[in-house]
Design a protein around this ligand. Structure first.
Ligand SMILES: Cc1ncc(COP(=O)(O)O)c(C=O)c1O
Length: 377
């Protein structure tokens, strides 16, 4: 059987939770969505939480509620999925990138500081979208300090990092950001099929998000709804269905165990990979949720043979991945050459990481990978 780089794991109780909604309850705008929001909020120790139908929708709401407009500037890390910035582009914003660092493969804060210092005031970013890549938080405390000096807002894209920690806080708590977003896409750390969430500290932002996700409608609970609802800003239908919320909520109950298992797989990989040939993501400040397990090939010959290693593994029914093509290479966004990012683009691979893997799968992955390395080094 093919071992893919990622796959969801659905339990009987998850199916029961979904069926219960479909059979007996409201399909949308019912009582389960607020329960999921409340549980998620508690889990990541956030002040406010709103769930939506995808993280891309969450990012739309994040950018709009922070006031992003045409010709405003957004900076981000290039090693992310295009969805981190697509909503900003739709809003007419200009996007620029800061190189990643060699350790956690997140935005390099030293390079960010230098770029901020060297940028004319009118070209400074309104928002920096900080990606917590593969499960490791970026160094947000330092970025927050810079935000005070250079007056930008911070969105954390934590699609990979539900269950991760940074310093002494949970990713999603917004201790160092204005808005945080999560994804519950099928293969994320928990799933609702498709889905996303925003967390934030500000009531004003939360109210805006709530309005925007439901057509900008302000309800007047005192009066008959049909005669009294009023749309006060142009909004969207970004609502999550009740059966998605039921699945997300049922999965959320198991999050701690999910992360434990991901960390156990990561430990096994770390113990059995040869650091002479492969380097891995690391951070002193963040405890990863290991959504992805990224390796970087270290020798020139291995790097040249990356595709052959990929094919070698595929022939043995092990599908590796690669995350991500630097975002500035998409959409003709920018002619950039960021050193570490370009190097990463040549040497990174993603090993399988998901809850369906057992000890024998992990052993098979490592044995074959080490054989491939031996063959192509
Ligand atoms: C880093 C990152 N940001 C944003 C997204 C978009 O999430 P969604 O698929 O829930 O819209 C993804 C999805 O893979 C992602 O990996």
């Amino acid at each position: 059987m093919l071992i893919s780089y990622s796959k969801q794991k659905i339990y009987n109780e998850d199916i029961k939770a979904v069926l219960d909604v479909i059979k007996k309850k409201k399909l949308t705008q019912g009582e389960i969505t607020p329960v999921f929001e409340n549980n998620l909020k508690k889990k990541v120790r956030a002040k406010y939480c709103a769930v939506v139908n995808s993280c891309t929708s969450a990012l739309f709401l994040a950018y709009i509620s922070l006031g992003l407009k045409k010709d405003d500037i957004v900076w981000t890390s290039p090693i992310t999925f295009i969805a981190s910035i697509n909503p900003a582009i739709h809003l007419g914003a200009k996007v620029d990138f800061v190189d990643i660092n060699e350790f956690d493969f997140n935005l390099d804060v030293n390079k960010l500081e230098k770029k901020l210092k060297n940028t004319k005031k009118k070209f400074l970013p309104k928002i920096i979208t900080v990606v917590n890549f593969a499960g490791f938080s970026s160094d947000l405390k330092r970025i927050k300090n810079l935000s005070k000096k250079y007056n930008f807002k911070i969105i954390e894209d934590s699609c990979h990092s539900l269950g991760a920690e940074y310093l002494n806080s949970k990713v999603g708590s917004c201790n160092y950001s204005d808005i945080n977003v999560f994804s519950f896409h099928a293969i994320k750390n928990i799933t609702s099929g498709e889905g996303g969430a925003l967390t934030c500290k500000s009531k004003k932002i939360f109210n805006m998000i709530n309005l925007l996700r439901n057509h900008g409608i302000k309800k007047n609970s005192q009066k008959n709804y049909f005669f009294s609802y009023k749309s006060i800003i142009p909004g969207f239908n970004f609502r999550m269905t009740e059966f998605q919320a039921a699945l997300g909520n049922s999965q959320l109950r198991k999050l701690d165990n999910f992360i434990k298992k991901r960390r156990k797989i990561a430990e096994y990989y770390k113990k059995n990979l040869n650091p002479d040939f492969v380097s891995i993501q690391d951070s002193k400040k963040s405890k990863s949720s290991y959504h992805l397990f990224v390796i970087r090939l270290r020798t020139t010959k291995l790097i040249k043979n990356r595709k052959k290693i990929f094919e070698y593994m595929k022939k043995r029914n092990i599908l590796l991945g690669y995350h991500y093509i630097p975002v500035y290479k998409h959409l003709n966004l920018k002619k950039l050459y960021l050193d570490v990012t370009e190097q990463y683009h040549k040497d990174a691979l993603t090993l399988p990481m998901h809850l369906n893997l057992n000890y024998f799968d992990c052993k098979k992955i490592i044995t074959n990978l080490n054989e491939a390395i031996k063959k192509y080094c």
